[in-house]
Write a protein that binds this ligand. Structure first.
Ligand SMILES: O=P(O)(O)OC[C@@H](O)[C@@H](O)c1c[nH]c2ccccc12
Length: 458
């Protein structure tokens, strides 16, 4: 039970547990190695914290091998799941001989009788059976079998990863998973947010292959996948700070552009463009702006960020129009909710926070940012928001909720503990002076956000 035990121990520690899939080739994406040695990549992932590994040994479609399994088992020493199309007892014996601790058994290519027989033979040989499902019925059968380690493949493996399955499969099926089993969401997970969605839906861990192989920095990307909290750093103005954020695993890099009021972080469109060009695809860009809807939409179309944050006097109607138009272009909209009564009246015609949140939730925005800093005090040092209020807001919306305003290295641990925020946004709290970020502070924030030093709630 080495594989299961190792996973269980890690799940208890409160970080998101991600099983990296060592996969040389994807029928959909082609060569994933790009000249790298898979054994070295496996070592990098274990050094980055991977508690276990999965190795695809299937040779025709995925270009794996048993020798690869053996080399990785020897080089890393962590428990390994062998992924292949397993049919016979001999396959199991060989799996054990080559150093794996767990074996994949798939409903998609085994009858129930075959799977049941192999399940018990695996146990007898001291291998942890990993039962892979894709439907409700298969999950029900996994429960009847008493499986302790159950995967939901988000894709239909018989289509060799070419179908459009996504984390939605896990969200739809997780409720049906056998109680007490470790539930793994596998395939198609591309970002830390996909991992969070799978875990929010009820998975205990995620198995990620392709996305890890496509990332520019394997270790940093792996750590981002394991971070329960997503960090956004705003007000970037210098190329070295953009680089520091990426090195530290900051998920969202924010640029204040054409803000209608003078603030020290403001960039011109061309300056923002140059900085945003440095951001590689594992990270997301956000422009923070405000003003007239048409200007905001035009700016977004020029700069093509992943998201636009409306942080000025935009009304509910402006927000609706902007979010609608940006979502068609694949750009997410974040709206900052004003906390002062005057701004609330101006933008939403009411001072009832609950109403404001409900109305915003009906628009196409993807996230609501709760910030003590608003248009009237945009350049002052932020003060902390009320944690109870933040938690209350979360009860009334399904939108992502971003915590912002006055967060810094001194208060981050308490604020994360008291709000249970999954998305946080910092600006002045990681600065030496306006627009100059401090790499050490950024790293300290990441340590807290990734759960390494997190207080655990009982
Ligand atoms: O690369 P992805 O989309 O993260 O998927 C990994 C893994 O789930 C997938 O490779 C897989 C799932 N089940 C399998 C069975 C055999 C071979 C491969 C697989």
């Amino acid at each position: 039970m080495k594989f299961i035990e190792q996973l269980e121990n890690r799940i208890k520690q409160g970080r998101h547990v991600v099983i990296p899939d060592i996969k040389c080739f994807s029928p959909k994406e082609g060569d994933l190695l790009q000249g790298r040695n898979p054994v070295e990549v496996a070592k990098t992932l274990v050094d980055a914290g991977a508690p276990v590994l999965s190795v695809v040994t299937e040779s025709e479609q995925f270009k794996g091998s048993m020798e690869l399994l053996k080399s990785i088992a020897e080089a890393t020493g962590v428990p390994i799941l062998r992924k292949d199309f397993i049919h016979t007892r001999e396959d199991l014996i060989k799996t054990k001989e080559y150093g794996a601790s767990a074996i994949l058994l798939m409903f998609s290519c085994l009858s129930r009788e075959e799977l049941t027989r192999l399940y018990y033979e695996a146990l007898e040989l001291g291998l942890d059976p990993f039962v892979e499902t894709h439907t409700r019925e298969e999950l029900r059968y996994a429960a009847e079998l008493g499986a302790k380690l159950v995967g939901i493949n988000n894709r239909n493996i018989l289509e060799l990863e070419c179908d459009n399955g996504d984390v939605g499969t896990t969200c739809a099926l997780a409720g049906e998973a056998p109680k007490g089993a470790i539930l793994v969401s596998e395939s198609s997970l591309a970002s830390p947010d996909d991992v969070r969605s799978a875990i929010r839906a009820g998975a205990d861990c995620a198995l990620v292959g392709t996305a890890i192989w496509k990332a520019e920095n394997t270790a940093v990307f792996y750590q981002m996948l394991c971070s329960p909290v997503s960090v956004k750093i705003c007000g970037l103005q210098r190329s070295e700070d953009v680089q520091e954020c990426m090195n530290a695993g900051i998920e969202v890099l924010g640029f204040v552009v054409d803000y209608p009021k003078p603030v020290p972080w403001n960039l011109k469109q061309a300056e923002a463009k140059d900085l945003m060009r440095l951001v590689t695809p594992s990270y997301k860009t956000c422009i923070v702006t405000g003003g007239k809807s048409e200007d905001i939409i035009r700016l977004a179309m020029e700069l093509r960020p992943n998201m636009v944050q409306l942080h000025y006097h935009e009304t509910l109607e402006d927000t609706r129009v902007i979010a609608e138009s940006l979502s068609e272009a694949g750009i997410d909209t974040i709206k900052t909710v004003p906390l002062g009564p005057q701004e609330q009246l101006l933008q939403f015609g009411t001072t009832e926070l609950e109403d404001i949140i409900k109305r915003l939730s009906e628009t196409k925005i993807s996230a609501i940012l709760v910030d003590s800093r608003e248009a009237s005090n945009a350049s002052e040092a932020g003060k902390l928001i009320n944690c109870n209020m933040f938690r209350r807001i979360r009860q009334i919306t399904n939108k992502r909720l971003i915590l912002a305003g006055g967060l810094n290295t001194d208060n981050i641990a308490d604020m994360l503990y008291n709000t249970e925020a999954e998305y946080i946004d910092l600006m002045t709290g990681v600065e030496l002076s306006a627009g100059v970020k401090d790499a050490d502070k950024i790293k300290a924030i990441m340590r807290e956000a990734s759960g390494i030093a997190r207080k655990v709630r009982n």
